[in-house]
Design a protein around this ligand. Structure first.
Ligand SMILES: C[S@@+](CC[C@H](N)C(=O)[O-])C[C@H]1O[C@@H](n2cnc3c(N)ncnc32)[C@H](O)[C@@H]1O
Length: 345
């Protein structure tokens, strides 16, 4: 990241905010996120609350974009980079700055947020830490915004699918990116989004290999099983940040998220399998639940990734892997139609 935790603190609306106030505010914010939907908007109305949100969620949310973008094809990334990106519900500018970091400052972003305090906070961070003149913040959608890229990070939750679909129809974006909490409630919403984006002629650049085929997790839910498709980003943070997350009792080393990227760009290249759940590690294999395309249909299966086909370095790196990666594979043995021993290519 382009800043240290200390530098971020001095760029807050209330730089002198105490750790105690940060923790109290974070507890209130995270309760609002998880249970009290009606109170969710209160956290954007107070300078200390906005500062606490920024100090904690900006550094931990920024890496989510890199994780998702690393799995997009070059064509899709180029289409995003060459467009104007609206980060709707930008908050303190989280994904606007994540885009700056990913594309090394060479990207045009408009961060939009209805909260004046969030806009003020985002502008202060840009002035102090990024100094990127191609990034601006405002409270309304730019009128001329058509055929570009629309991004929502942790704001679909507040906005709702209906409002988002109205915006998609109005602004006809080339790309739509959502990065939301990895909860089962959000997955139910995202299934509706997937269906409506398919009807509008979009392709799914992440995470589904085939948008025409019914989501296999949706099939499981309809059969009465409790499941949801999400990704899990595993990472480490700066020491000062880790300390704060421990005091606040909010784990950010393992972050469940639901990211989807839709595009009108023609998707080329082979379709890879996607790991959707880390099941276990045994002496002989890593066992993953995987979503993959077979005969034009998306299917779920257990893949045993055989350790004897991996180097020691590869074993170590798979022990730390985030959930949601895609990969090429070769089937070594079919145990049954839903269980295979495989080798990574
Ligand atoms: C949870 S915060 C997310 C901030 C940032 N994107 C992040 O991920 O850290 C949601 C933000 O969406 C904004 N918001 C909610 N509904 C909105 C709308 N209809 N238009 C613009 N902003 C909205 C709120 O003011 C809030 O700042």
């Amino acid at each position: 990241m382009k800043f240290t935790f200390k530098e971020l603190r001095s760029s807050l609306l209330v730089p002198s905010i105490s750790d105690h106030s940060v923790v109290q505010n974070l507890t209130a914010v995270s309760k609002g996120f998880t249970s009290q939907r009606s109170k969710i908007k209160e956290y954007v109305m107070d300078r200390e609350m906005v500062s606490a949100y920024t100090l904690f969620y900006l550094p931990s949310n920024i890496p989510k974009l890199e994780f998702v973008f690393d799995m997009l094809s070059d064509d899709v990334k180029e289409s995003i980079k060459s467009s104007t990106i609206v980060d709707l519900g930008t908050g303190p500018g989280t994904f606007a700055f994540a885009l700056d970091e990913y594309f090394d400052g060479d990207v045009e972003v408009v961060g939009v947020d209805t909260s004046e305090l969030m806009v003020e906070q985002a502008q202060k961070i840009n002035e102090c830490l990024y100094k990127n003149q191609k990034i601006s913040f405002r409270s309304t959608m730019p009128k001329s915004f058509k055929g570009e890229t629309l991004l929502l990070g942790h704001s679909l939750n507040e906005m709702g699918i209906e409002k988002l679909m109205d915006l998609v129809k109005l602004h006809a974006p080339e790309n739509l990116i959502i990065i939301e909490p990895g909860t089962s409630a959000m997955f139910t919403e995202v299934l509706k989004l997937r269906e409506q984006m398919r009807e509008l002629g979009f392709q799914c650049a992440f995470p589904c290999a085939n948008i025409e085929s019914k989501c296999p997790v949706q099939k499981k839910i309809e059969e009465g099983q409790e499941d949801w498709c999400h990704q899990v980003l595993r990472m480490t943070h700066e020491v000062d940040f880790e300390r704060l997350s421990q005091i606040a009792k909010l784990d950010r080393k393992t972050m469940p998220l639901i990211a989807h990227v839709y595009t009108k760009t023609n998707l080329k290249g082979p379709k890879r399998a996607r790991m959707v759940r880390f099941l276990r590690e045994s002496k002989f294999s890593f066992d993953w639940e995987v979503c993959f395309e077979s005969e034009g249909e998306l299917k779920m299966a257990t893949f045993e990734v055989l350790k004897k086909t991996l180097s020691k370095k590869e074993v170590k790196s798979l022990q730390k892997i985030s959930v949601g990666i895609d990969f090429d594979y070769e089937i070594m043995k079919e145990i049954n139609s839903g269980h295979f021993k495989v080798k990574l290519l």
